[in-house]
Design a binder for this molecule. Structure first.
Ligand SMILES: NC(=O)c1ccc[n+]([C@@H]2O[C@H](COP(=O)([O-])OP(=O)(O)OC[C@H]3O[C@@H](n4cnc5c(N)ncnc54)[C@H](OP(=O)(O)O)[C@@H]3O)[C@@H](O)[C@H]2O)c1
Length: 275
């Protein structure tokens, strides 16, 4: 991790699941716990976090923003704008603000941040175990220092990918964040079918998970692309080929594409609903 980052004070506005995963990752990545601050609406969660990680509690959001160089907005979309409104003037152009909040676009955030440097970041749920895909977008593409700060901060949570604009940001969110849910949907059908063939729930669970993990790791390690790997497990007129032919006849690709588009449409709709 960048040694300069270790000298910064990092504050979490909202101390829920995402903040906790990040705090764990930051401390493991070498950020001193006494440089990390958090504020939260209810006190209980904050007290627990302070006890567990020996970080500092800020008694108000205003105090958090005032104290920290980097402020990570980690609250639910519906709570964010109400939280920012009363504290907007505490931000200035020297503060870095990182929003992990889904659905609130850069231009809307900028209205509340008094000229602060800004990045939107989208970690998916596997980030909670350090195996996430984390997309980020900057409000100033020439701000190299902001770029490396964001990349360094999120590296402990998985693979960090810079995106070019809000549309790409949405595509990453749909494919990787909602995408995690889509993969779970397929895993459920996999497991059901195995159970129907006399395996216990636990056996079916292991068989399903290991098939997905094994295929993914193989794809991650191989030099060739997924298409070539698939060709290697598929002999002409064989068992796999018969199954694949059926998947194609049933237009699984079309079904997936429509699901991606529907998710993207819902994302836009939700962004409009947030006042
Ligand atoms: N979890 C994920 O995998 C994930 C992935 C990608 C993005 N995100 C984004 O990350 C954000 C946080 O998600 P999460 O899962 O961490 O939610 P969460 O567990 O519900 O945490 C949100 C926290 O914000 C606190 N809060 C609400 N209003 C506040 C205010 N005005 N001031 C200070 N704290 C306030 C809540 O306090 P209480 O204790 O009172 O509830 C709660 O602890 C969301 O916008 C979500 O879209 C999450």
């Amino acid at each position: 991790m960048n040694p300069l980052l270790k000298a910064q004070k990092i504050g979490f506005l909202g101390a829920g699941n995402m903040a906790q995963a990040m705090i764990k990752g930051l401390i493991e990545g070498g950020i001193p716990a006494n440089h990390i601050y958090a504020s939260n609406r209810s006190e209980g969660k904050l007290i627990k976090l302070v006890e567990q990680y020996k970080i500092n509690a800020a008694s108000t959001n205003e105090e958090l923003i005032d104290t920290c160089d980097i402020i990570i907005l980690a609250i639910k979309p519906q709570d964010l704008l109400t939280a920012l409104e009363p504290v907007g003037r505490v931000f200035d152009e020297n503060k870095i603000v990182i929003s992990v909040v889904a659905g609130i676009r850069m231009e809307k955030l900028e209205r509340f941040l008094n000229g602060a440097r800004l990045s939107r970041v989208m970690p998916n749920t596997p980030s909670l175990i350090g195996r996430g895909v984390i997309g980020y977008l900057l409000n100033d593409d020439d701000d190299d220092a902001l770029d490396s700060t964001v990349a360094d901060l999120f590296a402990p949570l998985g693979r960090v990918i810079k995106v070019g604009d809000e549309d790409q940001f949405e595509a990453l969110m749909v494919s990787c964040s909602s995408g995690t849910g889509f993969v779970f949907e397929m895993m459920m059908y996999w497991q059901d079918w195995i159970e129907e063939h006399g395996f216990s729930v636990e056996e079916a669970r292991v068989m399903t998970i290991e098939t997905f993990v094994g295929a993914s790791l193989l794809a991650a390690q191989a030099r060739e692309g997924v298409e070539d790997l698939q060709a290697r497990v598929t002999s002409k007129k064989g068992v796999t080929a018969a199954g694949l032919q059926s998947m194609r006849e049933l237009e699984i690709e079309r079904a997936l594409r429509i699901s991606f588009e529907k998710a993207a449409m819902r994302n836009k709709e939700m962004a409009r609903e947030i006042k």
